[in-house]
Design a protein around this ligand. Structure first.
Ligand SMILES: Nc1nc2c(ncn2[C@@H]2O[C@H](COP(=O)(O)OP(=O)(O)O)[C@@H](O)[C@H]2O)c(=O)[nH]1
Ligand SMILES: [Mg+2]
Length: 362
């Protein structure tokens, strides 16, 4: 029984596998650490699979070839962890970016409820300075967006260690793309995060698979994590953004109708309808997009019904302010906005509680 399972996701890493195996075997052999190397390959079109098979004759290597899903780094890592036969699992890249010499230190730091991260940004950590400004900015922004989730200085790392037992059900993880460490840290609820400083080297051979699609995937993944961790807030902010776009529709119609000679109070009463429909549709598709969908007509009707109270509030505030105050009559747009603010507070509460609510018990 190996003491440590090393999970390595691969896609087109034919040129790196041999060096990786030699290096791992040498470092762990020197420390007398029994290990297994799990190569999780996502149908690489190059020679990765053949090379892994031949290396398996010499090293304790197992090749895992997941099928039935689209190519995904994070899901490959989860597949590898599922197959791991030891409780201590190390995850690392195949491209020799991560220092193999640090594996024993990562393994030594693993204990119950602890996530051990190889970190470029911890004191003593390093990374290649040859990065372009664009790549640096990208990485900085990605790390910044993950700040609310974890105290780890390098949540984007692909080099980490943990106890398989601490993950419980692997099915509860829902990563997309590259940031599997972040996913495990957020949903895994570890009591402690230990950082081991590492020197990260840019790959010498082969190409990075990071691309625009992966960056979009990261945003989708972040959205999921924000919803998971800060559901009410994430929805409120999104709802606010949708509301702001509805406001543009509302005000445009309000002015447009007056251009056709319609009285401002009537214009205010009418412009609400295109705006409220716009908001309903956008919220259905985006804000509450991950919730179960209810029949369209019924939901629109419910949205309008709850909105009617907000609508009365909205219009009532507008008419009251413009007819009772000279100031508001002069700056009608401010009266319009006051109405909207009053009604929005009411609408958000009602929508969250009723219109987009999930079926109880599901
Ligand atoms: N199984 C699997 N491995 C992948 C996939 N994409 C990248 N990898 C591997 O994940 C590791 C990190 O990928 P890399 O392209 O070096 O990304 P970078 O270090 O962010 O530039 C490498 O070992 C890749 O071979 C994938 O879709 N599936
Ligand atoms: Mg790499």
């Amino acid at each position: 029984m190996p003491l440590v399972s090393i999970v390595v996701p691969t896609y087109k890493e034919a040129e790196n596998l041999q060096a990786l195996c030699e290096s791992v075997d040498q470092v762990l052999g020197a420390e007398n650490l029994a290990y297994e190397l799990l190569i999780v390959d996502d149908q690489s079109p190059d020679d990765t699979v053949n090379i892994a098979r031949s290396l398996a004759e010499k090293y304790p290597l197992r090749l895992i070839q997941p099928a039935g899903r689209s190519r995904d780094l994070s899901l490959s890592v989860l597949d590898g962890i599922r197959e791991a036969s030891s409780d201590v699992v190390v995850v690392m890249d195949a491209d020799l970016s991560h220092p193999v010499t640090k594996i024993p230190q990562l393994v030594a730091a693993v204990e119950e409820d602890t996530f051990v991260a190889g970190s470029r940004y911890a004191k003593g950590g390093k990374f290649d300075r040859g990065w372009s400004f664009w790549r640096f900015l990208n990485s900085w922004f990605a790390t910044l967006m993950a700040l609310p989730f974890t105290s780890c200085s390098d949540p984007m790392t692909g080099f980490f260690a943990l106890r398989k037992q601490d993950l419980n059900e692997l099915k509860r993880f829902r990563p997309i793309g590259y940031k599997i460490a972040l996913e495990l840290m957020v949903r895994g609820e570890f009591k402690k995060i230990v950082e081991i400083p590492i020197e990260f080297k840019d790959r010498a051979v082969g190409k990075s698979k990071m691309n625009l699609q992966q960056q979009i995937n990261y945003l989708r993944h972040l959205r999921r994590l924000y919803l998971y961790k800060f559901r009410a807030w994430a929805e409120f902010i999104h709802y606010g953004a949708v509301g702001a776009s509805g406001f543009v529709v509302d005000v445009s119609c309000y002015y447009l109708l007056q251009l056709f000679g319609i009285d401002h109070r009537a214009a205010r009463a009418i412009s609400f309808w295109p705006a409220v429909s716009w908001n309903w549709a956008l919220n259905r598709i985006t804000t509450f997009g991950e919730r179960e969908r209810r029949p369209r007509a019924r939901q629109w009707f419910e949205f309008v019904a709850t909105s009617l109270i907000g609508y009365s509030l909205n219009w009532g505030i507008y008419v009251t302010l413009t007819s009772s105050s000279e100031f508001f009559d002069q700056y009608r747009i401010l009266a319009l906005m006051s109405g909207i603010v009053g009604a929005s507070i009411f609408n958000f509460t009602a929508s969250t509680l009723f219109v987009y609510s999930e079926k109880r018990g599901s």
